[in-house]
Write a protein that binds this ligand. Sequence first.
Ligand SMILES: NC(=O)C1=CN([C@@H]2O[C@H](COP(=O)(O)OP(=O)(O)OC[C@H]3O[C@@H](n4cnc5c(N)ncnc54)[C@H](O)[C@@H]3O)[C@@H](O)[C@H]2O)C=CC1
Ligand SMILES: N[C@@H](CC=O)C(=O)O
Ligand code: NA
Length: 430
Amino acid sequence: MVRTRPLKVALLGCGVVGSQVARLMTTHADDLAARIGAPVELAGVAVRRPSKARGGVAPHLVTTDAAGLVGRGDIDVVVELIGGIEPARSLIDAAFEAGASVVTANKALLAQDGAALHAAAEKHGADLYFEAAVAGAIPLLRPLRESLAGDKVNRVLGIVNGTTNFILDRMESSGAGYGEALEEATALGYAEADPTADVEGFDAAAKAAILAGIAFHTRVRLDDVHREGITEVTAADIASARKMGCTVKLLAICERAEDGRSVTARVHPAMIPLAHPLASVREAYNAVFVEADAAGQLMFYGPGAGGAPTASAVLGDLVAACRNKLTGGRGPGESAYARLPVSPMGEVVTRYHISLDVVDKPGVLAQCATVFADHGVSIDTVRQTGKDGEAQLVVVTHRAPDAALSGTVEALRRLDTVHGVASIMRVEGE
Ligand SMILES: NC(=O)C1=CN([C@@H]2O[C@H](COP(=O)(O)OP(=O)(O)OC[C@H]3O[C@@H](n4cnc5c(N)ncnc54)[C@H](O)[C@@H]3O)[C@@H](O)[C@H]2O)C=CC1
Ligand SMILES: N[C@@H](CC=O)C(=O)O
Ligand code: NA
């Protein structure tokens, strides 16, 4: 039975995602009411620029006073889709103070201040839902928090940023330039308000922090995540990957150490074999592998960015929060009981693909090989091509601690016979 008093929702931010949430709340109103057990009413929409046309949103609902909307006392759920740290953080705090539950897609805020937000939700007996914050439309956080709550997750690996996947895909498939591909991703609504967050890996690192925290029941913040973006990835890197039967993807990798006593979280570009399922993830799609003790390997795949796909995840959370408001139930809160230390990148065991410009004369290969050996790094394959007294040496290593690998590269750079390190990239997924 659907009760008549509606649940009231305040929408903060009506941009790419917020406008789609408003649209779906209207077009799906009857189904949402039936699924929740009460009608859901859009009680107000806080915006920055009220003059902008917002199809589907009644003008009397629009306000520039977000704090006033949140604090007015009759709001059941606040949907925060402004993004960034402030004023989003203060508005979410105010929402909890006013007795509302919160749905947000704000990974930057969660990765920086998640613990405080969870504590505030707990204090007020409210819900904090954020499925849209990681991998857009893909149901990923709910499966990790709920479906896998009885298992032990050991690894989460995947593509979690749509913009950078779109750019790398365009660079590889159509030879598009980096800037042109970024412009297209921005026009399609995939990029963050400041796309530096995407291309420098901050967005993926925030998502990795959220994923690692949930997967390993441990608090992980943005600063704990090793981060490299795609700004240094060149067309030559992509061509070199192709020669090896690989492609280049920006990966987020969260791992439990073999002894189970620590975890690592990192984001960086990596070469992966074309045969690996992640290699065929195109455009702004995301894909995430989860490896758990009992479940084995699971793969989650779907649209990772964009207004409507992200709004789908927001609406799912809104339904959950509204149901809890009606029944007096609560969604899962923060689970950080394991308190595992997060190890630095140097302790991560990886493989490197290194491309060196060297002098083409006898003994150079042996000299380089000695540097690898001196750092305890074993070589898997070497390919040498020469031209005009210069040669290019492409070395792929076996797995070694990242610190040993970067030490090797530093020592190679110091050799007189090495003119330059053309590219260094980690190799994953083999
Ligand atoms: N676009 C996407 O594909 C995805 C976005 N997200 C997250 O969703 C959130 C929203 O992202 P988008 O909609 O893409 O951003 P957007 O920049 O299109 O929308 C944000 C809106 O908030 C408004 N705003 C800024 N300050 C405000 C204030 N004080 N009061 C009221 N409105 C204010 C802006 O004018 C803008 O219209 C962000 O946290 C983002 O990281 C998450 C997943 C995917
Ligand atoms: N900018 C983000 C949006 C979704 O989280 C991305 O490109 O993935
Ligand atoms: Na998601």
